[in-house]
Design a protein around this ligand. Structure first.
Ligand SMILES: Cc1cc2nc3c(=O)[nH]c(=O)nc-3n(C[C@H](O)[C@H](O)[C@H](O)COP(=O)(O)OP(=O)(O)OC[C@H]3O[C@@H](n4cnc5c(N)ncnc54)[C@H](O)[C@@H]3O)c2cc1C
Length: 484
Protein backbone atom coordinates (compact mmCIF):
# COMPACT_ATOMS: atom_id res chain seq x y z
CA UNK A 1 0.00 0.00 0.00
CA UNK A 2 1.48 3.39 -0.92
CA UNK A 3 0.82 6.51 1.22
CA UNK A 4 -2.42 5.60 2.97
CA UNK A 5 -5.71 7.48 3.29
CA UNK A 6 -7.56 8.35 6.47
CA UNK A 7 -10.08 5.59 5.81
CA UNK A 8 -7.32 3.04 5.42
CA UNK A 9 -5.84 4.18 8.75
CA UNK A 10 -9.23 3.73 10.46
CA UNK A 11 -9.89 0.38 8.77
CA UNK A 12 -6.53 -0.98 9.98
CA UNK A 13 -7.28 0.04 13.59
CA UNK A 14 -10.65 -1.70 13.33
CA UNK A 15 -9.19 -4.83 11.77
CA UNK A 16 -6.44 -5.18 14.41
CA UNK A 17 -7.85 -4.04 17.74
CA UNK A 18 -5.28 -3.68 20.51
CA UNK A 19 -6.10 -4.30 24.19
CA UNK A 20 -6.97 -0.80 25.39
CA UNK A 21 -8.31 0.05 28.86
CA UNK A 22 -10.06 3.28 29.72
CA UNK A 23 -11.78 4.04 33.03
CA UNK A 24 -11.89 0.40 34.02
CA UNK A 25 -13.32 -0.89 30.78
CA UNK A 26 -11.86 -2.43 27.65
CA UNK A 27 -12.32 -0.35 24.51
CA UNK A 28 -13.57 -2.65 21.74
CA UNK A 29 -13.16 -0.09 18.93
CA UNK A 30 -10.96 2.97 19.44
CA UNK A 31 -12.23 4.54 16.22
CA UNK A 32 -15.76 4.94 17.56
CA UNK A 33 -15.16 5.36 21.31
CA UNK A 34 -16.22 8.89 22.36
CA UNK A 35 -12.97 9.44 24.28
CA UNK A 36 -10.72 8.59 21.34
CA UNK A 37 -12.59 9.04 18.06
CA UNK A 38 -11.83 12.79 17.78
CA UNK A 39 -8.10 12.04 17.84
CA UNK A 40 -8.57 9.22 15.33
CA UNK A 41 -10.37 11.62 12.97
CA UNK A 42 -7.52 14.12 13.22
CA UNK A 43 -4.86 11.51 12.48
CA UNK A 44 -6.99 10.30 9.55
CA UNK A 45 -7.06 13.87 8.22
CA UNK A 46 -3.25 13.88 8.16
CA UNK A 47 -3.21 10.81 5.95
CA UNK A 48 -5.92 12.28 3.71
CA UNK A 49 -3.72 15.31 3.16
CA UNK A 50 -1.28 12.99 1.36
CA UNK A 51 -3.99 12.57 -1.29
CA UNK A 52 -5.01 16.21 -1.59
CA UNK A 53 -4.33 16.97 -5.29
CA UNK A 54 -2.91 20.39 -4.36
CA UNK A 55 -0.45 18.91 -1.84
CA UNK A 56 0.23 15.37 -3.03
CA UNK A 57 3.61 16.22 -4.55
CA UNK A 58 4.68 18.12 -1.43
CA UNK A 59 3.61 15.29 0.89
CA UNK A 60 5.03 12.22 -0.86
CA UNK A 61 7.99 10.95 -2.85
CA UNK A 62 8.43 7.88 -5.06
CA UNK A 63 9.40 4.87 -2.96
CA UNK A 64 12.98 3.77 -3.74
CA UNK A 65 11.77 0.14 -3.81
CA UNK A 66 8.25 0.16 -5.30
CA UNK A 67 8.14 3.53 -7.07
CA UNK A 68 4.75 4.20 -5.43
CA UNK A 69 4.22 7.53 -3.71
CA UNK A 70 5.10 7.15 -0.01
CA UNK A 71 5.12 9.71 2.80
CA UNK A 72 7.96 12.21 2.55
CA UNK A 73 8.78 11.83 6.25
CA UNK A 74 10.18 8.42 5.28
CA UNK A 75 12.87 9.89 3.08
CA UNK A 76 16.42 9.16 4.20
CA UNK A 77 17.83 12.63 3.64
CA UNK A 78 21.04 12.77 1.61
CA UNK A 79 21.09 16.47 0.72
CA UNK A 80 20.14 19.81 2.29
CA UNK A 81 17.32 19.94 -0.24
CA UNK A 82 15.93 16.64 1.12
CA UNK A 83 15.86 18.17 4.60
CA UNK A 84 14.03 21.27 3.42
CA UNK A 85 11.48 19.31 1.38
CA UNK A 86 10.84 17.09 4.36
CA UNK A 87 10.43 20.13 6.62
CA UNK A 88 7.86 21.62 4.25
CA UNK A 89 5.89 18.36 4.39
CA UNK A 90 6.11 18.21 8.19
CA UNK A 91 4.92 21.80 8.39
CA UNK A 92 1.70 20.91 6.56
CA UNK A 93 1.02 18.19 9.12
CA UNK A 94 1.96 20.41 12.05
CA UNK A 95 -0.54 23.07 10.93
CA UNK A 96 -3.36 20.53 10.70
CA UNK A 97 -2.88 20.02 14.43
CA UNK A 98 -2.06 23.70 15.21
CA UNK A 99 1.21 22.33 16.67
CA UNK A 100 -0.92 20.92 19.51
CA UNK A 101 -0.98 17.42 18.09
CA UNK A 102 2.60 16.46 18.76
CA UNK A 103 2.53 12.86 17.66
CA UNK A 104 1.81 13.32 14.02
CA UNK A 105 3.38 10.17 12.59
CA UNK A 106 6.34 12.04 11.06
CA UNK A 107 7.85 12.20 14.59
CA UNK A 108 8.62 8.48 14.53
CA UNK A 109 8.97 8.14 10.77
CA UNK A 110 12.04 10.40 10.77
CA UNK A 111 13.58 8.42 13.66
CA UNK A 112 13.09 5.18 11.81
CA UNK A 113 14.56 6.66 8.63
CA UNK A 114 17.65 7.70 10.64
CA UNK A 115 18.01 4.14 11.95
CA UNK A 116 17.61 2.65 8.48
CA UNK A 117 20.21 5.07 7.12
CA UNK A 118 22.57 3.87 9.86
CA UNK A 119 21.46 0.22 9.82
CA UNK A 120 25.08 -0.93 10.03
CA UNK A 121 25.21 0.31 13.62
CA UNK A 122 22.62 -2.25 14.69
CA UNK A 123 24.47 -5.08 12.97
CA UNK A 124 27.84 -4.60 14.66
CA UNK A 125 27.60 -7.69 16.89
CA UNK A 126 24.71 -9.42 15.19
CA UNK A 127 24.56 -8.71 11.46
CA UNK A 128 20.93 -9.93 11.25
CA UNK A 129 19.82 -6.92 13.32
CA UNK A 130 20.96 -4.54 10.57
CA UNK A 131 18.74 -6.45 8.11
CA UNK A 132 15.88 -6.37 10.62
CA UNK A 133 16.06 -2.58 10.91
CA UNK A 134 16.26 -2.13 7.16
CA UNK A 135 13.39 -4.55 6.44
CA UNK A 136 11.21 -3.09 9.18
CA UNK A 137 11.75 0.44 7.93
CA UNK A 138 10.72 -0.62 4.43
CA UNK A 139 7.66 -2.42 5.79
CA UNK A 140 6.60 0.71 7.72
CA UNK A 141 7.28 3.02 4.79
CA UNK A 142 5.55 0.86 2.18
CA UNK A 143 2.48 0.31 4.40
CA UNK A 144 2.43 3.77 5.98
CA UNK A 145 2.27 2.14 9.40
CA UNK A 146 1.31 4.45 12.29
CA UNK A 147 3.76 4.09 15.17
CA UNK A 148 3.79 4.92 18.85
CA UNK A 149 6.82 4.49 21.08
CA UNK A 150 7.69 3.88 24.69
CA UNK A 151 11.16 4.41 26.05
CA UNK A 152 10.98 4.82 29.81
CA UNK A 153 10.56 2.12 32.46
CA UNK A 154 8.36 2.66 35.46
CA UNK A 155 10.63 2.92 38.51
CA UNK A 156 9.81 2.25 42.15
CA UNK A 157 12.70 4.57 43.16
CA UNK A 158 15.04 7.10 41.52
CA UNK A 159 18.80 7.34 41.25
CA UNK A 160 20.53 10.66 41.68
CA UNK A 161 22.27 10.51 38.31
CA UNK A 162 21.65 9.70 34.69
CA UNK A 163 21.59 5.93 35.31
CA UNK A 164 18.21 4.35 36.03
CA UNK A 165 17.83 1.95 38.93
CA UNK A 166 15.67 -0.75 37.38
CA UNK A 167 13.51 -3.26 39.19
CA UNK A 168 12.95 -6.45 37.22
CA UNK A 169 9.46 -6.83 38.67
CA UNK A 170 8.48 -3.51 37.12
CA UNK A 171 10.85 -2.58 34.28
CA UNK A 172 10.39 -4.16 30.88
CA UNK A 173 12.72 -7.18 30.94
CA UNK A 174 13.65 -10.04 28.64
CA UNK A 175 12.65 -13.15 30.54
CA UNK A 176 13.44 -15.75 27.89
CA UNK A 177 14.89 -16.28 24.44
CA UNK A 178 13.20 -18.92 22.29
CA UNK A 179 13.60 -20.19 18.73
CA UNK A 180 10.85 -17.77 17.67
CA UNK A 181 12.03 -14.66 19.46
CA UNK A 182 12.36 -12.99 22.85
CA UNK A 183 9.72 -13.01 25.59
CA UNK A 184 9.39 -9.71 27.46
CA UNK A 185 7.53 -8.85 30.65
CA UNK A 186 7.09 -5.56 32.49
CA UNK A 187 5.85 -2.03 32.00
CA UNK A 188 6.73 1.13 30.14
CA UNK A 189 5.59 4.76 30.02
CA UNK A 190 4.19 6.70 28.30
CA UNK A 191 2.91 5.71 24.86
CA UNK A 192 1.36 8.85 23.41
CA UNK A 193 -0.93 7.92 20.52
CA UNK A 194 -0.52 4.29 21.71
CA UNK A 195 -4.18 3.26 21.67
CA UNK A 196 -4.69 4.67 18.17
CA UNK A 197 -1.48 3.40 16.53
CA UNK A 198 -0.76 0.28 14.51
CA UNK A 199 2.60 -0.63 16.00
CA UNK A 200 4.66 0.16 19.08
CA UNK A 201 8.41 0.77 18.95
CA UNK A 202 10.16 -0.01 22.22
CA UNK A 203 13.69 1.28 22.58
CA UNK A 204 16.08 2.86 25.05
CA UNK A 205 16.49 6.57 25.62
CA UNK A 206 19.59 8.62 26.25
CA UNK A 207 17.92 10.38 29.16
CA UNK A 208 17.50 7.17 31.16
CA UNK A 209 20.83 5.46 30.70
CA UNK A 210 21.18 1.78 31.51
CA UNK A 211 23.81 0.55 33.97
CA UNK A 212 26.11 -2.35 32.98
CA UNK A 213 23.99 -4.83 34.97
CA UNK A 214 20.85 -3.93 32.99
CA UNK A 215 21.60 -6.14 29.99
CA UNK A 216 18.19 -7.83 30.23
CA UNK A 217 16.53 -4.41 29.87
CA UNK A 218 18.76 -3.46 26.95
CA UNK A 219 16.92 -3.91 23.65
CA UNK A 220 15.11 -2.28 20.80
CA UNK A 221 12.16 -3.84 19.02
CA UNK A 222 8.86 -3.06 17.40
CA UNK A 223 5.64 -5.06 17.33
CA UNK A 224 1.96 -4.60 16.42
CA UNK A 225 -0.06 -2.93 19.18
CA UNK A 226 -2.48 -5.83 18.85
CA UNK A 227 0.17 -8.40 19.86
CA UNK A 228 -1.24 -10.74 22.55
CA UNK A 229 -0.17 -9.63 26.04
CA UNK A 230 0.33 -5.94 25.16
CA UNK A 231 -2.07 -3.75 27.17
CA UNK A 232 -2.57 0.00 26.95
CA UNK A 233 -3.97 1.79 30.00
CA UNK A 234 -5.27 5.25 29.08
CA UNK A 235 -5.29 8.35 31.23
CA UNK A 236 -8.51 10.37 31.57
CA UNK A 237 -9.60 11.54 28.14
CA UNK A 238 -9.62 15.28 27.53
CA UNK A 239 -12.18 14.91 24.78
CA UNK A 240 -15.49 15.38 26.57
CA UNK A 241 -17.57 14.70 23.49
CA UNK A 242 -18.45 18.38 23.20
CA UNK A 243 -18.71 20.47 20.03
CA UNK A 244 -15.71 22.11 18.38
CA UNK A 245 -17.19 25.45 19.54
CA UNK A 246 -17.14 24.37 23.19
CA UNK A 247 -13.87 22.48 23.18
CA UNK A 248 -11.90 23.49 20.10
CA UNK A 249 -8.70 21.57 20.81
CA UNK A 250 -9.75 18.72 23.11
CA UNK A 251 -12.53 17.64 20.78
CA UNK A 252 -10.05 17.32 17.93
CA UNK A 253 -6.55 16.59 19.15
CA UNK A 254 -6.81 14.01 21.93
CA UNK A 255 -3.67 11.99 21.19
CA UNK A 256 -4.03 9.93 24.41
CA UNK A 257 -1.07 8.95 26.60
CA UNK A 258 -1.01 5.42 27.96
CA UNK A 259 0.94 3.18 30.29
CA UNK A 260 1.88 -0.07 28.55
CA UNK A 261 2.03 -3.48 30.18
CA UNK A 262 3.75 -6.39 28.49
CA UNK A 263 2.48 -9.70 29.81
CA UNK A 264 4.95 -12.33 28.54
CA UNK A 265 4.90 -10.91 25.04
CA UNK A 266 6.63 -12.73 22.20
CA UNK A 267 8.74 -10.45 20.03
CA UNK A 268 9.66 -12.33 16.83
CA UNK A 269 13.38 -12.31 16.02
CA UNK A 270 12.82 -10.34 12.82
CA UNK A 271 11.44 -7.50 14.94
CA UNK A 272 14.47 -7.29 17.28
CA UNK A 273 16.96 -4.51 16.47
CA UNK A 274 19.24 -4.52 19.54
CA UNK A 275 19.58 -7.03 22.35
CA UNK A 276 21.66 -7.36 25.49
CA UNK A 277 24.39 -4.84 24.68
CA UNK A 278 24.05 -2.02 27.19
CA UNK A 279 26.63 0.21 25.56
CA UNK A 280 25.05 -0.07 22.11
CA UNK A 281 21.65 0.72 23.62
CA UNK A 282 22.96 3.76 25.48
CA UNK A 283 24.83 5.05 22.45
CA UNK A 284 22.52 4.25 19.50
CA UNK A 285 20.74 7.64 19.47
CA UNK A 286 24.02 9.52 19.22
CA UNK A 287 25.47 7.07 16.72
CA UNK A 288 22.48 7.16 14.37
CA UNK A 289 21.59 10.80 15.17
CA UNK A 290 17.96 9.73 15.37
CA UNK A 291 17.23 12.11 18.24
CA UNK A 292 18.61 15.02 16.26
CA UNK A 293 16.38 14.09 13.32
CA UNK A 294 13.31 13.74 15.56
CA UNK A 295 14.36 16.90 17.42
CA UNK A 296 14.26 18.75 14.12
CA UNK A 297 10.67 17.56 13.63
CA UNK A 298 9.91 18.73 17.18
CA UNK A 299 11.39 22.20 16.73
CA UNK A 300 9.52 22.61 13.46
CA UNK A 301 6.26 21.74 15.25
CA UNK A 302 7.14 24.18 18.05
CA UNK A 303 7.57 26.95 15.46
CA UNK A 304 4.06 26.20 14.19
CA UNK A 305 2.62 26.05 17.71
CA UNK A 306 4.24 29.35 18.65
CA UNK A 307 2.98 31.04 15.50
CA UNK A 308 -0.49 29.72 16.27
CA UNK A 309 -0.31 31.22 19.76
CA UNK A 310 0.93 34.51 18.31
CA UNK A 311 -2.15 34.66 16.06
CA UNK A 312 -4.36 33.73 19.01
CA UNK A 313 -2.86 36.42 21.26
CA UNK A 314 -3.32 39.08 18.58
CA UNK A 315 -6.96 38.10 18.04
CA UNK A 316 -7.54 38.18 21.80
CA UNK A 317 -6.16 41.71 22.01
CA UNK A 318 -8.16 42.80 18.96
CA UNK A 319 -11.35 41.32 20.38
CA UNK A 320 -10.96 42.84 23.82
CA UNK A 321 -9.76 46.16 22.40
CA UNK A 322 -6.60 45.94 24.51
CA UNK A 323 -4.11 46.12 21.66
CA UNK A 324 -3.05 49.71 22.40
CA UNK A 325 -2.01 48.94 25.97
CA UNK A 326 1.81 48.98 26.19
CA UNK A 327 2.08 45.85 28.33
CA UNK A 328 -0.13 43.94 25.87
CA UNK A 329 2.14 44.96 23.00
CA UNK A 330 5.16 44.01 25.09
CA UNK A 331 3.75 40.54 25.73
CA UNK A 332 2.89 39.98 22.07
CA UNK A 333 6.40 41.16 21.19
CA UNK A 334 7.73 38.55 23.61
CA UNK A 335 5.90 35.83 21.67
CA UNK A 336 7.42 37.19 18.45
CA UNK A 337 10.91 37.04 19.96
CA UNK A 338 10.38 33.41 21.01
CA UNK A 339 9.03 32.57 17.56
CA UNK A 340 12.00 34.15 15.81
CA UNK A 341 14.44 32.41 18.17
CA UNK A 342 12.93 29.03 17.31
CA UNK A 343 12.94 29.77 13.59
CA UNK A 344 16.57 30.85 13.82
CA UNK A 345 17.50 27.57 15.54
CA UNK A 346 15.70 25.60 12.85
CA UNK A 347 17.38 27.49 10.02
CA UNK A 348 20.79 27.29 11.73
CA UNK A 349 20.40 23.54 12.05
CA UNK A 350 19.70 23.36 8.31
CA UNK A 351 22.48 25.77 7.36
CA UNK A 352 25.04 23.71 9.31
CA UNK A 353 23.57 20.34 8.35
CA UNK A 354 26.17 17.75 7.38
CA UNK A 355 26.39 14.19 6.17
CA UNK A 356 27.02 11.87 9.11
CA UNK A 357 29.31 8.87 8.95
CA UNK A 358 26.45 6.83 7.44
CA UNK A 359 25.96 9.30 4.57
CA UNK A 360 22.71 10.66 6.02
CA UNK A 361 22.17 14.43 5.94
CA UNK A 362 21.61 15.50 9.53
CA UNK A 363 20.66 18.91 10.88
CA UNK A 364 23.29 20.43 13.19
CA UNK A 365 22.68 19.21 16.71
CA UNK A 366 23.63 22.38 18.66
CA UNK A 367 20.72 24.61 17.58
CA UNK A 368 18.27 21.72 17.93
CA UNK A 369 19.48 21.01 21.47
CA UNK A 370 19.20 24.70 22.34
CA UNK A 371 15.65 25.02 21.01
CA UNK A 372 14.57 21.79 22.67
CA UNK A 373 15.90 22.99 26.02
CA UNK A 374 14.38 26.46 25.73
CA UNK A 375 10.91 25.39 24.70
CA UNK A 376 9.89 23.19 27.68
CA UNK A 377 11.41 25.27 30.44
CA UNK A 378 11.35 28.85 29.20
CA UNK A 379 9.22 29.39 26.13
CA UNK A 380 6.11 27.23 26.36
CA UNK A 381 5.18 27.87 30.01
CA UNK A 382 5.55 31.59 29.30
CA UNK A 383 3.37 31.39 26.16
CA UNK A 384 0.60 29.77 28.20
CA UNK A 385 1.07 32.39 30.91
CA UNK A 386 0.83 35.23 28.38
CA UNK A 387 -2.46 33.80 27.08
CA UNK A 388 -3.76 33.84 30.67
CA UNK A 389 -2.49 37.38 31.32
CA UNK A 390 -4.05 38.72 28.11
CA UNK A 391 -7.34 36.87 28.63
CA UNK A 392 -8.13 37.45 32.31
CA UNK A 393 -11.82 36.83 33.08
CA UNK A 394 -12.68 36.31 29.42
CA UNK A 395 -11.08 32.86 29.87
CA UNK A 396 -13.82 32.00 32.35
CA UNK A 397 -16.76 34.13 31.18
CA UNK A 398 -17.42 31.34 28.73
CA UNK A 399 -20.96 30.16 28.15
CA UNK A 400 -21.31 27.06 26.01
CA UNK A 401 -22.70 26.75 22.51
CA UNK A 402 -25.98 25.46 23.92
CA UNK A 403 -26.35 28.58 26.09
CA UNK A 404 -26.37 30.64 22.90
CA UNK A 405 -29.14 28.43 21.51
CA UNK A 406 -31.17 28.59 24.75
CA UNK A 407 -33.63 31.28 25.89
CA UNK A 408 -30.72 33.05 27.65
CA UNK A 409 -29.02 33.42 24.21
CA UNK A 410 -30.22 36.95 23.36
CA UNK A 411 -28.88 38.24 26.67
CA UNK A 412 -25.51 36.62 26.01
CA UNK A 413 -25.45 38.29 22.60
CA UNK A 414 -26.18 41.64 24.21
CA UNK A 415 -23.80 41.53 27.16
CA UNK A 416 -20.81 39.65 25.78
CA UNK A 417 -20.46 41.61 22.54
CA UNK A 418 -17.29 43.74 22.45
CA UNK A 419 -16.60 46.86 20.40
CA UNK A 420 -14.97 44.69 17.74
CA UNK A 421 -16.64 41.27 17.98
CA UNK A 422 -20.10 39.80 18.33
CA UNK A 423 -20.64 37.71 21.46
CA UNK A 424 -20.52 34.33 19.71
CA UNK A 425 -17.22 35.14 17.97
CA UNK A 426 -15.73 36.39 21.23
CA UNK A 427 -16.74 33.26 23.10
CA UNK A 428 -15.57 30.95 20.31
CA UNK A 429 -12.15 32.64 20.37
CA UNK A 430 -11.80 32.63 24.14
CA UNK A 431 -12.84 29.01 24.35
CA UNK A 432 -9.83 28.33 22.15
CA UNK A 433 -7.61 30.43 24.43
CA UNK A 434 -9.01 28.53 27.45
CA UNK A 435 -8.18 25.22 25.76
CA UNK A 436 -4.63 26.42 25.16
CA UNK A 437 -3.92 27.77 28.62
CA UNK A 438 -6.53 26.73 31.21
CA UNK A 439 -8.33 23.48 30.38
CA UNK A 440 -7.11 19.96 31.21
CA UNK A 441 -6.12 19.72 27.55
CA UNK A 442 -4.03 22.89 27.99
CA UNK A 443 -2.47 21.62 31.22
CA UNK A 444 -1.43 18.42 29.50
CA UNK A 445 0.13 20.46 26.68
CA UNK A 446 2.39 22.22 29.19
CA UNK A 447 3.32 18.93 30.88
CA UNK A 448 3.92 17.32 27.51
CA UNK A 449 6.29 20.04 26.36
CA UNK A 450 8.14 19.86 29.69
CA UNK A 451 8.71 16.10 29.72
CA UNK A 452 8.03 14.26 26.48
CA UNK A 453 11.62 14.75 25.29
CA UNK A 454 12.97 13.35 28.54
CA UNK A 455 13.52 14.80 31.97
CA UNK A 456 14.92 18.31 31.42
CA UNK A 457 17.34 17.91 34.35
CA UNK A 458 18.88 14.79 32.85
CA UNK A 459 18.92 16.43 29.43
CA UNK A 460 20.93 19.30 30.91
CA UNK A 461 23.38 16.83 32.47
CA UNK A 462 23.83 15.17 29.08
CA UNK A 463 24.42 18.50 27.37
CA UNK A 464 27.00 19.35 30.01
CA UNK A 465 28.77 16.05 29.45
CA UNK A 466 28.71 16.19 25.67
CA UNK A 467 29.49 19.84 24.94
CA UNK A 468 33.12 20.61 24.25
CA UNK A 469 34.05 23.62 26.38
CA UNK A 470 37.82 23.46 25.85
CA UNK A 471 38.03 26.37 23.44
CA UNK A 472 36.00 28.60 25.75
CA UNK A 473 38.20 27.72 28.72
CA UNK A 474 41.36 28.28 26.64
CA UNK A 475 40.16 31.77 25.71
CA UNK A 476 39.73 32.71 29.35
CA UNK A 477 43.11 31.23 30.29
CA UNK A 478 44.71 33.22 27.48
CA UNK A 479 43.08 36.38 28.73
CA UNK A 480 44.20 35.72 32.32
CA UNK A 481 47.77 35.13 31.13
CA UNK A 482 47.98 38.56 29.49
CA UNK A 483 50.03 41.15 31.37
CA UNK A 484 47.97 44.02 30.02
C1 LIG B 1 2.34 14.07 28.37
C2 LIG B 1 3.52 13.16 28.26
C3 LIG B 1 3.66 12.35 27.14
C4 LIG B 1 4.74 11.47 27.04
N1 LIG B 1 4.84 10.67 25.93
C5 LIG B 1 5.82 9.75 25.88
C6 LIG B 1 5.92 8.84 24.77
O1 LIG B 1 5.12 8.89 23.82
N2 LIG B 1 6.87 7.91 24.79
C7 LIG B 1 7.76 7.81 25.82
O2 LIG B 1 8.61 6.94 25.78
N3 LIG B 1 7.72 8.64 26.87
C8 LIG B 1 6.77 9.60 26.93
N4 LIG B 1 6.70 10.43 28.01
C9 LIG B 1 7.56 10.14 29.18
C10 LIG B 1 8.79 10.97 29.27
O3 LIG B 1 9.81 10.39 28.50
C11 LIG B 1 9.18 11.01 30.76
O4 LIG B 1 8.16 11.70 31.45
C12 LIG B 1 10.49 11.70 30.98
O5 LIG B 1 11.54 10.99 30.42
C13 LIG B 1 10.78 11.83 32.49
O6 LIG B 1 10.76 10.58 33.08
P1 LIG B 1 9.77 10.28 34.26
O7 LIG B 1 8.42 10.78 33.92
O8 LIG B 1 9.92 8.87 34.63
O9 LIG B 1 10.33 11.24 35.40
P2 LIG B 1 10.51 10.93 36.92
O10 LIG B 1 11.73 10.07 37.07
O11 LIG B 1 9.27 10.41 37.52
O12 LIG B 1 10.83 12.37 37.47
C14 LIG B 1 10.20 12.96 38.61
C15 LIG B 1 11.06 14.10 39.12
O13 LIG B 1 12.29 13.60 39.65
C16 LIG B 1 13.40 14.16 38.96
N5 LIG B 1 14.37 13.09 38.69
C17 LIG B 1 14.10 11.78 38.58
N6 LIG B 1 15.22 11.10 38.34
C18 LIG B 1 16.21 11.99 38.26
C19 LIG B 1 17.61 11.91 38.01
N7 LIG B 1 18.19 10.75 37.83
N8 LIG B 1 18.34 13.04 38.00
C20 LIG B 1 17.75 14.22 38.19
N9 LIG B 1 16.41 14.37 38.44
C21 LIG B 1 15.67 13.27 38.45
C22 LIG B 1 12.84 14.73 37.66
O14 LIG B 1 13.60 15.85 37.22
C23 LIG B 1 11.44 15.12 38.04
O15 LIG B 1 11.45 16.40 38.63
C24 LIG B 1 5.68 11.37 28.11
C25 LIG B 1 5.54 12.19 29.22
C26 LIG B 1 4.49 13.08 29.31
C27 LIG B 1 4.36 13.93 30.55
Amino acid sequence: MPAKTGNQYIAALQANPAEVWLRGEPVPDVTTHPALRGGVRSVAALYDQQHDPALRDAMTFPSPSSGHPVGLSFIIPRTADDLERRRAMMTHWAWLGCGMMARTPDFLNVSLAAWAGAAGYFGQNRPEFADNVQRYFEFVRENDVTLTHTLVNLQPRRNAGVLDELDEQVALTVIKETADGIIVRGSRILATLGPISDEIAVYPTRTHLLGPEAWRQAFSFSIPCATPGVKFVCRESFDYGRSAFDHPLGSRFEEMDSIVFFDDVLVPWERVFLLGDVEMCNYYAVATQSTTQSGYQVVNRCVVKTEFILGLAQLMADTLGSGELPHVQEKIAEIIIHLETLKACLRASEADAALNSWGVMCPAQGPITAARALYPGVIYPRLAEIVQLLGASSLMALPSESDFNAPIGPELERYLTTASAPARERVRLFRLAWDVACSAFGGRQALYERFFGGDPVRNALLTYRAYNRDAAVARVREFLAKEQ
